[in-house]
Design a protein around this ligand. Structure first.
Ligand code: ATP
Length: 514
């Protein structure tokens, strides 16, 4: 077992921080984190549970304090790996920033993962932090596709409030992105990952830093990085506002504004401010994004504000938003926004066509085979000279599969299964539709293929809980436990798709349907 000692931030990690918090004159010196917080802790004080996630040089576990029963996320880093990967400075900086936040808590901006204890053993470092059971904002956006206006407004306000506090301490995050925004048990945000953060020096705060010797090595993540960082210009708190603009865009549309095949191409787009708003983008959010995604850092909305960001707070997106009580509010229910989806569809689903009888018979035949009824029935049919349904289905299945193999160019994607229904549809990721060929097969499977590049892109996973929901003649949802898929049939057969999916579901999981 790793023998733990209390971590002394100044001594334990070789190389220490390039800039200590005391560089920023108005920031209180950071306390050693094991002092003043309570008893010293070691790994023996925790029961380690499941692995929550893995970073490039750390593993994060859910752990319980054996004295208090309190749950924490414990980040465990191998010292040797940190030295080898030259991450000492990053880890030290992360700890320094979290210490500053600990000793400068703002009750109306409790939007940061808190470092409660840090200690080390012979081989490992341990960071005991607030556990955020609802995971990353990114995963949430990906799961639901995008956010409606109310969700976007609320989460933007919380991020803004967090930035107001962070910047008041002269700290720039520099890697703000939806992966680094976690959600606590009540669905409020907790910003994390301060490894790329910068604690501004007095010269930088006063703007008398002449920039000599400045070398903005690329930190952060390509999609959210600001133009000034790419161009080696002065960076400041408004670099985080740029990232906020990218995050608002992503919450509304489902994807970040600057996207391309490579980091290089993304950087080119950022420098040229080359991005577009998809159809249906909330107008107020669009206006805010346009005012924040401005190449010159000092021209961004809020960049010249003092004491927080009053000019952003007063943007029309935030009408009636009480920024001081956000932490007390119940966050809005996560609801995606889909253009062209109203509640206008009420129609008689019973009269619409589903699978043709032969397809059902085929499936019925397969079912009989599965139940090993076929053998005995075949005996009967031999005696009577009549073919039973399983035989018919069997022959028909083989025949149709042979024809499919020969004539259907989508056959190669379906792993030898028989295609029951196929059609081109738009699969929506937030506000962005992607044209895909959908292939519903025996199995059951629902494959989707990029028809231009002829590449299998994935499958909608089948399970007894799968539920199609028609929204109108073109649009329908397929709900699965982990994700809702938004599909649009340009031909207007949404209803038929829903019915067929229901029929296949009923066939394979009869107990789930009445
Ligand atoms: P890298 O180190 O490569 O930048 P990272 O910052 O994501 O990656 P970690 O901070 O080690 O690495 O986090 C790893 C994973 O653990 C992430 O997916 C993150 O969502 C999850 N995680 C980190 N901290 C917490 C926390 N306090 N509560 C819940 N999950 C967390």
């Amino acid at each position: 077992m790793d023998t733990p000692n209390a971590l002394s931030p100044d001594k334990q990690i070789n190389g220490s921080s390039s800039r200590s918090p005391s560089d920023a004159s108005n920031i209180p010196k950071s306390p050693k984190i094991t002092k003043g917080i309570g008893d010293k802790r070691s790994d023996l004080d925790f029961i380690f549970g499941k692995l929550i996630g893995e970073g490039s040089f750390s593993s994060v576990y859910l752990a319980k304090d054996i004295h208090t029963n309190q749950e924490y996320a414990v980040k465990v880093c191998e010292k040797q790996l940190i030295r080898r990967e030259k991450k000492v400075e990053q880890i030290t900086r992360e700890k320094d920033v979290m210490n500053i936040l600990n000793s400068n808590q703002n009750p109306s901006a409790p939007f940061f993962v808190k470092l409660s204890y840090a200690f080390q053993g012979d081989y490992k470092l341990y960071f005991v932090m607030t556990y955020c059971p609802n995971g990353e904002l990114l995963k949430l956006i990906q799961r639901v596709g995008n956010f409606d206006r109310e969700c976007t407004r609320f989460y933007t306000a919380e991020i803004l409030r967090a930035l107001e506090h962070l910047h008041s301490l002269n700290i720039i995050h520099r890697d703000l992105k939806p992966e680094n925004i976690l959600l606590d048990e009540k669905m409020h945000i907790k910003i994390t990952d301060f490894g790329s953060a910068k604690i501004l020096t007095q010269e930088e705060i006063d703007g008398v830093d002449d920039g000599r010797g400045r070398k903005n090595s690329f930190v952060g993540t390509a999609q959210y990085v600001s133009p000034e960082l790419l161009e080696n210009k002065r960076i400041g708190p408004s670099s985080d506002l740029w990232a906020l603009g990218c995050i608002i865009y992503q919450m509304v549309s489902g994807l970040p504004p600057f996207r391309s095949r490579s980091e290089y191409l993304i950087f080119q787009k950022i420098l040229k401010l080359e991005y577009e708003f998809p159809e249906g983008f909330c107008e107020e959010a669009k206006d805010l994004v346009q005012k924040v995604l401005v190449i010159e850092g000092d021209q961004r909305l809020g960049a010249n504000d003092k004491n927080g960001y009053p000019s952003i707070r007063s943007h029309p997106l935030f009408v009636k938003m009480d920024f001081e009580s956000l932490h007390l509010l119940t966050p809005p229910k996560i609801v995606p926004f889909m253009p062209n989806v109203g509640n206008e569809i009420v129609w008689d689903q019973k009269n619409k066509p589903g699978l043709k009888p032969i397809e059902l018979e085929l499936m019925l035949g397969l079912d009989l085979k599965d139940q090993k009824k076929k053998g005995s029935e075949s005996e009967t049919s031999k005696k009577t000279g009549k073919k039973n349904i399983a035989d018919v289905a069997d022959e028909e299945y083989i025949l149709r599969l042979a024809v499919q193999e020969k004539e259907n160019k989508w056959h190669k994607f379906v792993e030898g299964n028989l295609i029951l229904k196929q059609g081109l549809m738009d699969k929506r990721k937030g506000l962005f539709p992607r044209r895909r060929m959908f292939l519903l097969t025996t199995g059951p499977h629902l494959y989707y293929v990029d028809p231009v590049n002829m590449v299998l892109k994935g499958q909608i996973p089948w399970c007894p809980a799968i539920t199609p929901e028609a929204k109108n003649f073109k649009t329908f949802f397929v709900h699965t436990p982990n994700r809702t898929y938004y599909l649009e049939d340009p031909e207007g057969y949404a209803l038929e798709w829903c019915r067929v999916i229901e029929e296949v579901k009923h066939f394979y999981y009869p107990e789930t349907t009445t």
